[in-house]
Design a protein around this ligand. Structure first.
Ligand SMILES: Cc1cc2nc3c(=O)[nH]c(=O)nc-3n(C[C@H](O)[C@H](O)[C@H](O)COP(=O)(O)O)c2cc1C
Length: 255
């Protein structure tokens, strides 16, 4: 059964133009007064599992069952570039278990280059209809070739072709040029049917968490926040190889 979104009391006026952009209103949106009033059951410290992945699995299941949550596996991935400059973008979580969060991308893209140079990242999920957010921080590594192949092989044909077509993050002069590239790739693989191989420059990454935070909205901005952290994370900012055996510390944070 689909979960119902939690009670929502917005102080903003919902208009056609505000929700679809199909009609323009003369008044600009009153951003200073846009706010949701959160009402949810909250997070009960007494029921928190000792390991964050148990709660994450539950929250992901609930987000997937909630019809109002669009792309429940969409997550904002932040990486660190040259000079410590951060960059963030959305990607789709394509696997989750006690080893961490997995996503797939072009290994030559900006995010991948940044991860190769500095293999640490932060990830944020936002499930608005459920008034919930989860944050991850940790070390990142490429998944095995076999794992990338398995995922690639289950993608629709068009997405497989797209992975060959796009030199992700590189400039391109026009949409027409991209369409032309796509046609060339389609022709090259025409005899393969759906058996298009995974490009060597495309595959998965997994973030192994050393910090996980669960957030649930509460009235008057006095939200619930619980952070799971590994002792090694406080020492060197990374989960490390021994992290699996280490117990998680749970801390309530002020909102
Ligand atoms: C909801 C959503 C999901 C996305 N999922 C992916 C994804 O799984 N992998 C990916 O490479 N890009 C994905 N993108 C595109 C990225 O946001 C981004 O434009 C692209 O990866 C290039 O980022 P980069 O230049 O920082 O490497 C997604 C975008 C959106 C809005």
């Amino acid at each position: 059964m689909a979960l119902r979104p939690l009670g929502r009391h917005s102080t903003r006026k919902r208009t056609l133009s505000a929700t679809t952009g199909s009609q323009s209103s003369s008044a600009p949106p009153d951003l200073a007064n846009l706010r949701e009033h959160y009402v949810s059951t909250g997070i009960d410290r007494a029921t928190l599992p000792s390991e964050p992945h148990i709660l994450m699995v539950k929250w992901v299941e609930e987000a997937c069952r909630c019809k109002e949550v669009i792309e429940p596996n969409a997550m904002c991935l932040a990486t660190v570039g040259e000079g410590g400059k951060p960059s963030a973008r959305f990607v789709l979580m394509k696997g989750y278990d006690e080893r961490g969060v997995t996503w797939y991308t072009n290994y030559n893209s900006r995010k991948s280059q940044e991860l190769k140079a500095f293999p640490h990242a932060a990830i944020t999920f936002w499930w608005g209809a459920l008034h919930r957010s989860v944050r991850f921080e940790g070390e990142v590594a490429m998944v095995s070739e076999e794992e990338s192949d398995t995922y690639f092989n289950c993608r629709p044909t068009g997405s497989k072709i797209g992975a060959w077509v796009s030199d992700q993050s590189e400039p391109i002069a026009s949409r027409e040029e991209m369409t032309l590239k796509a046609k060339e790739v389609e022709d090259a693989f025409a005899s393969e049917g759906d058996n298009i191989p995974r490009p060597p420059h495309w595959g998965g990454f997994r973030l192994k968490p050393s910090r996980v935070e669960f957030w649930e909205g509460q009235p008057s901005r006095l939200h619930d926040r619980f952070m799971y952290s590994l002792a090694s994370d406080d020492a060197d900012g990374a989960g490390g190889e021994d992290a699996k055996a280490m117990p998680w510390t749970i801390t309530r944070l002020q909102p």
